[in-house]
Design a protein around this ligand. Structure first.
Ligand code: ATP
Length: 385
């Protein structure tokens, strides 16, 4: 029997095959559309980021959720309700921009109270809610200041308080920290995350900054050319990029390609795991977990993260990844060093080695090295959609 009492609530925000075609003759979006069929389920209370390069369709997607743009195709559901034709002010979501547009002649408290006054909320309640919200964004002592007497980060927190005081069920943020310098940005990232956790509402956050998305999000959707290429928690999109684009956009791409030479079953520690081999010639190879449906001869791309690679003077033996290369650059980064290595097959790979004395080899420029890593750290990439 269907028991509604135990049915988990649906997602806060659902996009079903959403398309936005602005029409006209326009460059920058493949196939003519800014958004080309996006499916997303964003959970209640989730910090969800839309991440991608300029022009990939993030802002358009956010504006469709807010109701400032109508999709040309597909459906958008907010808390289970179809939003076709529902105007922005009836959507129970609030949008926060990079240009926070505070009223310059109003005090901080009056800026935050503005929406509540317009909705004729009783005076005493306005006072309490504004006061509580200013405490949440840690600006209670600045309540009587004008916006121009505040720093950029403080102004952004006022804008946030102004949106949150209305208690929307979801907050949509479009590059809200874009105008701030790096240091302030980083402290605001942690601040935003804390505030989101405290108020417990859904945040949909648009950014082109991968570090920012990794720092704050519960999950990230990586967009490219109007499509979502991967959705997952930060660790997953970073460590297991699904496509070459995601691998390159988040972190260092380190992509090796070739044809699958054989497929078989691993031995030793990897017994039972199905692994395949990319033969790169001269005793070099990449051993990888076998992609679904891959047969000998099929083309494969594999990525490996810089910190998973170990450098050695001699090739390791056995069924393990090993590639020969020449060190072209060494950059000292404090706790680790970054090595740019040109492989014998012409690919440039980045390798991070710790500087704590545990690295097997700390070569210099021009040295020949062997790169190796565990099979589990080879991630086969899906072909571009
Ligand atoms: P950015 O980070 O630069 O803002 P974005 O990922 O947010 O980029 P969008 O602003 O969604 O990208 O734009 C996606 C595509 O749609 C781009 O090619 C853009 O030129 C186009 N576009 C956006 N708004 C309009 C519009 N109002 N009319 C026509 N084309 C538009």
């Amino acid at each position: 029997a269907h028991d509604t009492a135990t049915t988990p609530p649906g997602p806060a925000i659902s996009l079903v095959d959403v398309v936005k075609d602005y029409g006209g003759d326009r460059k920058g979006a493949a196939n003519g559309a800014a958004v080309r069929g996006v499916d997303l389920d964003i959970g209640e209370g989730e910090f969800f980021s839309l991440l991608g390069p300029s022009g990939c369709g993030k802002t358009t997607t956010l504006r469709m959720i807010a109701g400032f743009e109508e999709p040309t195709g597909g459906r958008i559901l907010l808390h289970g309700r179809d939003m076709v034709g529902v105007p922005p002010d009836q959507r129970d979501v609030n949008l926060v921009f990079q240009s926070y547009a505070l009223f310059p002649h109003l005090s901080v408290a009056d800026n935050v109270a503005f929406g509540l006054r317009r909705h004729r909320v009783p005076k005493g309640e306005i006072h309490d809610r504004v006061d509580r919200m200013l405490h949440t964004v840690e600006l209670a002592d600045k309540a009587d200041r004008r916006p121009r007497q505040l720093s950029g980060g403080q102004q952004q927190r006022v804008a946030l308080a102004r949106a949150l005081v209305n208690r929307p069920r979801a907050l949509l943020l479009d590059e809200p920290l874009g105008a701030l310098d790096l240091k302030l940005r980083q402290s605001m990232q942690l601040e935003l995350k804390r505030i989101q956790r405290e108020v417990g509402i859904t945040f949909v956050y648009v950014t082109h900054d991968q570090a920012e998305a990794l720092t704050m999000s519960d999950r990230i959707a990586v967009m490219n050319g109007g499509l979502v290429e991967q959705v997952g928690p930060p660790r997953e999109v970073y460590e297991r990029p699904a496509t070459a684009f995601v691998a390159g956009f988040i972190g260092t791409s380190n992509v090796l390609s070739g044809r699958l030479a054989d497929s078989g079953t691993g031995s030793g520690a990897e017994a039972g795991a199905r692994t395949g081999v990319l033969d790169l010639g001269d005793g070099q190879q990449v051993v990888l977990p076998l992609p679904e449906g891959a047969a000998a001869g099929s083309p494969v791309e594999v990525t490996v993260r810089p910190e998973k690679i170990t450098l050695g003077a001699a090739p390791p033996t056995g069924r393990v990844s090993r590639i020969r290369g020449t060190v072209e650059e060494v950059v000292y980064l404090g706790t680790s060093s970054s090595y740019a290595v040109r492989t014998a097959t012409g690919t440039e790979l980045t390798v991070f080695q710790p500087n704590d004395g545990t690295a097997a080899l700390t070569p210099g420029r021009g040295d020949t090295v062997w790169l190796t890593w565990a099979t589990a750290h080879s991630y086969p990439l899906a072909p571009a959609p």
